[in-house]
Design a protein around this ligand. Structure first.
Ligand SMILES: CCCCC/C=C/C(=O)SCCNC(=O)CCNC(=O)[C@H](O)C(C)(C)COP(=O)(O)OP(=O)(O)OC[C@H]1O[C@@H](n2cnc3c(N)ncnc32)[C@H](O)[C@@H]1OP(=O)(O)O
Length: 257
């Protein structure tokens, strides 16, 4: 692949945005290659957790602005649609996803990070949705995802001013799970991923789909989905293993079945 590279290591499927000289700006090629990488990891039983990060000094400085110059309305719609489809796919992939944010996460770069389940950032990372300064607005799902993550007040402030915020501020408003020293970013991300890998991948995927369903549904529908899923979990071996392990005072050995 040209714009993305991948590496499998101890249950983690790493995805590297790989246009460091352009601060990993996201073009159509990268959208396609990211989708391929995620789909491959979805099918790969050795991959339990997917981590997306950037090569170089940025996670991603957003959609590639150079492609906007000649964009027709139809082309803009296609780009927005393909980008959104990618973000929606990442959000719904039935494995935990982590954005490991190693620098700027701006515009479409932040939208990509927000499509992941978790965001871990180095303390010098910077965040923002500066699209408004280009006479546009977030189009990879950011208007909706930021709203749900941090609430209307901060979401509108970030989108309407285009101002950047620090990692500390991003953590304070609920955009990040964790901020860590730069030199510990990879180590802390791996630790977090390992914690997830100790759980049942099957139950994690059911849990994820229940939570995502509830994020977009009326409360009663979400609660019903929770109860149904909760019943379904009792048809799995991992539920039996979890309960037996507790009663037998040992660590569970989940098989994802
Ligand atoms: C249709 C669907 C759209 C979906 C909605 C999403 C929209 C977007 O994401 S719009 C883009 C939003 N992002 C930005 O506005 C950030 C733009 N970049 C910057 O402001 C700066 O690059 C910086 C503050 C992030 C870093 O500044 P600095 O350290 O001085 O680095 P350079 O500006 O010299 O950048 C190095 C190199 O990278 C190119 N580049 C950076 N960002 C982008 C980008 N978003 N698109 C295209 N190219 C980008 C920059 O032009 C430099 O390239 P060279 O000039 O060839 O060295």
């Amino acid at each position: 692949m040209e714009t993305v590279d991948v590496k499998k290591d101890n249950g983690i499927g790493w995805v590297f945005l790989n246009r460091p000289d352009k601060l990993n700006a996201i073009n159509m090629k990268m959208i396609q290659e990211l989708l391929t990488a995620i789909k491959n990891y979805e099918e790969d039983n050795e991959v339990k957790v997917i981590v997306i990060t950037g090569r170089g000094k940025a996670f991603s400085a957003g959609a590639d602005i150079s492609q906007f110059k000649e964009l027709t309305p139809a082309g803009a719609w296609e780009l927005a649609r393909k980008g959104r489809e990618l973000m929606d796919y990442i959000e719904r992939v039935p494995k935990p996803t982590i954005a490991m944010i190693n620098g700027y996460a701006l515009g479409g770069g932040l939208e990509l990070a927000m499509a992941c389940d978790f965001r871990i950032a180095s303390e010098d990372a910077m965040f923002g949705l500066p699209e408004i300064n280009l006479g546009i607005y977030p189009g990879f799902g950011g208007t909706q995802r930021l709203l749900r993550l941090v609430g209307k007040t901060k979401a509108l402030e970030m989108m309407m001013t285009g101002d950047r915020i620090t990692a500390q501020e991003a953590e304070r408003i609920g955009l990040l799970n964790k901020v860590v020293p730069k030199e510990k970013l990879e180590e802390e991300t791996i630790k977090f991923a390992q914690k997830l890998m100790e759980k049942s991948p099957l139950i994690l995927s059911i849990l994820k789909s229940v939570v995502l369903y509830g994020n977009d549904a009326p409360l009663l529908d979400g609660l019903n989905m929770e109860s149904l899923g909760w019943g379904f979990v009792f048809s799995t071996n991992d539920q039996k293993e979890g309960v037996n392990a507790f009663l037998e005072k040992r660590k569970p050995n989940f098989q994802g079945k």
